[in-house]
Design a protein around this ligand. Sequence first.
Ligand SMILES: [Fe+2]
Length: 243
Amino acid sequence: MATKATPAKKAPAAPAPRVAAAKKAASSNGKADTAKAAQAADIDAPVRPVDRNQPLVQPILNQQKNAPAPLQKYGTVAQRLPIGLSEQVRQESVTMLNQLLADTITLRDMYKKHHWQVVGPTFYQLHLLYDKHYEEQSELVDTIAERIQILGGVAIAMAADVAELTSIPRPPKDREEAPVQVSRLLEAHQIMLKNCHDFAKRADDSGDDGTNDLVVSDVMRANEMQVWFVSEHVVNTPLAKAD
Ligand SMILES: [Fe+2]
């Protein structure tokens, strides 16, 4: 266990600068721990202008520690851009798109996990294919998230929040055989595609043509294509000699 550093001696007030005082305190007893503590205290100390006649060119840090209320709560469609859609329609689309976003982020990350962990005779094929699909899913993530913002919503973003929302089962941390990897990916694609059919229909019914187009033209088409490329790897065909 690391020894807890002793706090730095309090630096004298003006005219001696804080940094110099902290360094002096550290060097007077010669202990490395004290020097580290002095440096840490200096980094976290409030910044004040040394010369009142000079502008302070210091960024205002740590504002997240005393943040005001958020600009917009997740789950609302507070912003109304002039795109000809009612709040009710935008709210419904944002809810659907956040589900699609959480699932796409999860599938994207599953592709990267499998890109790293794949093993066996098809290593090179799958290693490259998984990364290609990862990049394509990354583009979809951005497209979906930006559509949510256009509709006035708040896009889900962070891993912990995504994990709570996604409908794709969590894979183990362990390394798995290639056919098991493929099966997990196909299961995830199918969950996404079922949602795509449902969401596209609902967006069409409500008159949100932009969301309908995104779900069909971007998300559905890309996922169907990836299903084809991945599925063919688990068809049991002879490798060297015809049956
Ligand atoms: Fe890589």
